[in-house]
Design a protein around this ligand. Structure first.
Ligand SMILES: [Zn+2]
Length: 486
């Protein structure tokens, strides 16, 4: 009798819990936000487990909207989890991953000046602007709207066209279908020429949201800007003829705004298949210039090692001149974008953000998140440069297969006694212009419309390494060669 009594109580409790949990979902979020929501909407959230400053919760759809409105910051404020168990396990990973606990050890170095420097000149602000407007024009990219799925299908076609335009047979584009949203993610893959089993990933989210109703959610800054930024960086890599040693993947995630759903499913699948991802960078909001510095690296839910490396890239390539980019750091206080999905699986992830957190675009998640607010993508251009540097330096140039190196070996170009001597007659190329850059990316010499072999006087140059780029009549891709002045 007693036994039965206990059993029926248990059954009642568990039935009760099941019924209560039917109309909601599991998630993880900061303790601070969860407590605030419990106060506001006690029927819409239940805290299931707490670990340090993180909690596993069950909450309703209504609760998620209240949270969205209340925190008034970027991202959904919570991370969607498939089950109670998954939510509770997830919070037991420390916020900032331990670097020695990660899946891949990467030897970070900066060696690819000869490819990076000409690439920086190829990045076009106009392309980023056009792409942002293209995405804004869907009206809404809220994950459960038909236009969001259409945006993914169209982006796949756009990326395929871009690869075809540059004759890239090493590139493929696929849709990644999800369990928890009808919207697919889009993934462009450049297969590594030498170590294809090692991956370098950049991403942004394709979906949008609005607190004023999701039928009008232009999402220009959040996050059409990120998608346009990574697209233009990739296009510039194609234009310069970059062939990576490691595999590069460019990802447009679905359903970030409802709890990092798309990136979470992708990162989980990669982790369970033991995919060796060496580094990930997120580009979510690059349009709005809200701080005195250009880039603000988010330091929570990210890898310190990778963040420091990205800062070194800016120190090396963007310290001064036309491509100058300044930076600082700030914190989100929660997993505010898709980088958190990768960090949660033990991968190294970084998140360069448009401004110091709190000084970012105040119009996001509203009908006012439109390109017309800034009317220029010059700020985003800086992120596209960082993205290109990151991809080239982490994936590294494949010397054996690089288009440039093949061309460069067929030309003669030297500096001797203050004279630049060149001979392109054997390369079948007609010279349009030659530029000479210092290792810092500063143009020190330029000449246009000349014959295919000549000797020209240079200004006085200090000793060191210089990068020559030669533009020819029949190609947009400059030939690049490293030169040493002794
Ligand atoms: Zn976003």
């Amino acid at each position: 009798m007693k036994y039965f009594y206990t059993l029926s109580i248990c059954l009642l409790i568990s039935l009760n819990v099941t019924a209560q949990h039917q109309d909601g979902f599991y998630a993880t979020m900061s303790l601070h936000h969860a407590k605030a929501l419990v106060k506001d909407a006690p029927n819409d959230i239940e805290i299931l487990s707490t670990f340090r400053n993180e909690v596993a919760v069950w909450m309703t759809e209504t609760g998620s909207h209240k949270l969205h409105d209340r925190i008034l910051t970027h991202g959904p404020g919570y991370i969607y989890r498939n089950s109670e168990e998954e939510a509770i396990t997830a919070i037991q990973n420390p916020q900032n991953i331990l670097e020695n606990n990660t899946r891949a050890a990467l030897n970070f170095s900066i060696t690819e000046d000869a490819t990076v420097i000409p690439t920086l000149d190829l990045i076009q602000t106009q392309n980023i602007e056009d792409h942002i407007l293209e995405l804004e024009n869907y009206g809404t990219r809220y994950h459960n709207r038909a236009s969001a799925t259409q945006a993914a299908v169209d982006l796949k076609a756009k990326w395929e066209e871009m690869a075809a335009e540059y004759g890239r047979t090493d590139v493929s584009v696929r849709l990644f279908e999800h369990s928890n949203t009808q919207m697919p993610s889009v993934i462009l893959t450049i297969t590594g020429a030498e170590i294809p089993e090692e991956y370098v990933i950049v991403g942004g989210h394709l979906d949008s949201t609005s607190n004023q109703g999701n039928d009008n959610a232009p999402g220009a800054d959040d996050d059409a800007s990120g998608i346009a930024t990574i697209t233009e960086a990739t296009r510039a890599l194609f234009e310069v003829g970059f062939v990576p040693k490691r595999t590069i993947e460019v990802m447009a995630y679905a359903a970030e705004e409802i709890g990092l759903v798309g990136s979470n499913e992708i990162a989980s699948e990669y982790a369970s298949n033991d995919v060796n991802v060496v580094a990930v960078s997120q580009f979510d909001m690059t349009l709005f210039n809200g701080s005195s510095n250009d880039v603000s690296f988010i330091t929570d839910f990210t890898s310190g090692t990778l963040t420091n490396y990205m800062m070194s890239l800016l120190d090396h390539y963007n310290a001064s001149g036309d491509h100058q980019v300044t930076y600082s750091t700030s914190v989100c206080n929660y997993g505010c974008s898709d980088h958190a999905s990768w960090t949660g699986q033990g991968y190294l992830a970084a998140f360069p953000f448009e401004a110091n957190f709190g000084q970012h675009n105040g119009n996001i998640h509203s009908t006012g998140d439109m390109f017309s607010l800034t009317n220029t993508a010059s700020h985003a251009t800086k992120f596209a440069k960082l993205c290109a540097e990151f991809l080239i330096e982490v994936a590294k140039n494949n010397e054996a297969l690089s288009v440039n190196d093949v061309l460069a070996s067929s030309i003669y170009l030297t500096i001797n006694d203050g004279m630049l001597s060149y001979d392109l007659t054997s390369s079948q190329k007609e010279v349009k212009s030659i530029q000479l850059y210092s290792i810092k990316g500063q143009e020190v010499f330029a000449t246009t419309a000349i014959s295919d072999r000549d000797q020209v006087a240079l200004p006085t140059l200090s000793t060191g390494i210089y990068i020559a780029t030669i533009t020819t009549e029949n190609s947009n891709t400059p030939i690049v060669k490293k030169l040493i002045v002794r």
